[in-house]
Design a protein around this ligand. Structure first.
Ligand SMILES: [Cu+2]
Length: 453
């Protein structure tokens, strides 16, 4: 019998850990707290009154009530993308859990979103496109350890390398070095190929190691597709390259120390953003670093601050490093409301410091009805990539306000379908009127199939 979890945006494919038996495969963006099955048993006595702590490794996770672990019981913070933490009340991302034999359990989660977006103005464009993500994870627990093998894949390389319209967004390149502006780049086939090992170092305190050829360093908030505050929203943030653009990094090693109330981590990783070849795995390097501290003072709140030094992140700015500082505050009511407020300062080295603000919320009013929205404000110097343009490299502070609605229908016990739409309006200085029109407007209609619900 499968067990379902809730969460945000991914669809699953095959596992490239071909050298391992299926029972050794793993992937988890779930809220399963590291190791603390013993704590879990104590925290949820009415759920599992006679659960002897030594038997957790043996028990059938397919029958285990993961929802009890992830939906607000005092068992520890939820886990987002990479090693990011989220409020405990967020629970796990949706997924299907199953036993793999012995002490191994598995989790599969995925989403496929078909969307049509249209934006007005001289730089507006429209497109029908498909976003996709698949996650597969295998996990093995003992009373004092947890091992996870994770993979996350996307079929987005199938779409045009130019990506899809997203007015005022920028980042990465297509067509042999042409900057992608007013569009969102497609994601790579391999979004994560990583392992994580947690072990208890003192009562209530665990240490962990995370890493792999494709992973996410300890920098910024949990990536947009892996946080409840952006769960229904079909549009990537225009501030993606200020907050969570490192969510696909080729070469990551992270070490951390954690309790239920705090986590500190340090990463070494490859600073360069993914290149235009989206099917392969780029050469891992460890030329950049980051530090992140996360506080989770109550089940409803998480606060992270992080700082990173990225070695030549952008292909269009060779010889230019970046110092990125982010802070984000996450709230989850445990009853359908999730929100995040975040700040980032991207300091080009050498060059300007470009700041960004983001506030977003996802409010599930009723099981089938969800409202969502996002406000962003960012100083962007990449809107005119043509060197001959007098506005080239100039910094413009622009903004976007977006609001939408999604209607969800369960499909049996293991999947869900959501349909919805959003509208967006944009803010900009008058100097951009010629390029963008006086009042650019955009909308997106979408249908999303989610495995796990
Ligand atoms: Cu991305």
């Amino acid at each position: 019998m499968t067990h379902l979890l809730r969460a945000g945006g991914a669809f699953a494919l095959a596992l490239p850990f071909s050298a391992l038996p299926f029972s050794a495969l793993a992937q988890d963006h779930a809220a399963v707290p590291p190791i603390d099955h013993a704590a879990m048993g104590h925290a949820v006595p009415s759920e599992q009154p006679a659960e002897p702590r030594m038997d957790h490794a043996q028990m059938d996770h397919a029958l285990m009530d993961h929802s009890a672990m992830g939906h607000g019981d005092p068992v520890g913070p939820a886990e987002g993308s990479g090693t990011a933490r989220l409020p405990q009340a967020e629970g796990m991302e949706p997924g299907v859990h199953f036993g793999l034999g012995g002490a191994w359990t598995g989790m599969a989660h995925g989403t496929v979103t078909s969307a049509y977006t249209d934006h007005s103005g001289p730089r507006g464009d429209d497109k029908l496109y498909v976003q996709s993500m698949a996650m597969l994870m295998a996990e093995r627990r003992t009373p004092t350890t947890r091992l996870q093998l994770r993979t996350m894949l996307s079929a987005e390389p199938l779409m045009s390398n130019r990506g899809y319209p997203n007015l005022l967004a920028s980042g990465e390149t297509y067509g042999g070095g042409i900057p992608i502006v007013d569009r969102q780049h497609p994601h790579d086939l391999f979004m994560e190929l990583a392992a994580r090992f947690d072990f208890t170092v003192a009562p209530g305190t665990t240490a962990f190691l995370y890493g792999g050829p494709v992973g996410e360093p300890a920098l910024g908030p949990s990536a947009f597709m892996h946080r409840a505050s952006a769960r229904m929203n079909p549009e990537p943030p225009i501030t993606h390259h200020w907050f969570d653009s490192t969510h696909i990094t080729y070469g990551v090693v992270t070490a951390g120390l954690a309790t239920n109330a705090w986590q500190v981590e340090a990463s070494a990783f490859r600073g360069a953003e993914p290149n235009e070849e989206r099917w392969g795995i780029e050469t891992p390097r460890l030329d950049s670093w980051s530090l992140r501290a996360t506080l989770t003072p109550s089940p409803n709140w998480a606060l992270q601050v992080s700082h990173g030094r990225l070695k030549e992140p952008e292909a269009i700015h060779p010889g230019e490093d970046e110092a990125r500082t982010t802070a984000s505050l996450h709230y989850n009511s445990g009853h359908g409301l999730s929100a995040m407020a975040a700040f980032s300062a991207k300091n080009r080295l050498p060059g300007a410091t470009l700041t960004a603000w983001l506030a977003e919320a996802n409010w599930q009013l009723a099981p089938r009805h969800t409202l969502f929205g996002r406000y962003e404000n960012v100083a962007n110097d990449e809107l005119f990539p043509d060197h001959a343009d007098p506005l080239h490299d100039q910094v413009f502070r622009v903004g976007k306000l977006q609001a939408g609605y999604g209607y969800s229908v369960p499909l049996g016990d293991v999947a869900a379908l959501a349909v919805g739409g959003s509208v967006a309006t944009y803010f900009k200085p008058e100097a951009l009127d010629a390029a963008y029109g006086d009042n650019p407007f955009g909308y997106t209609l979408f249908a999303r199939l989610t495995l796990g619900r």
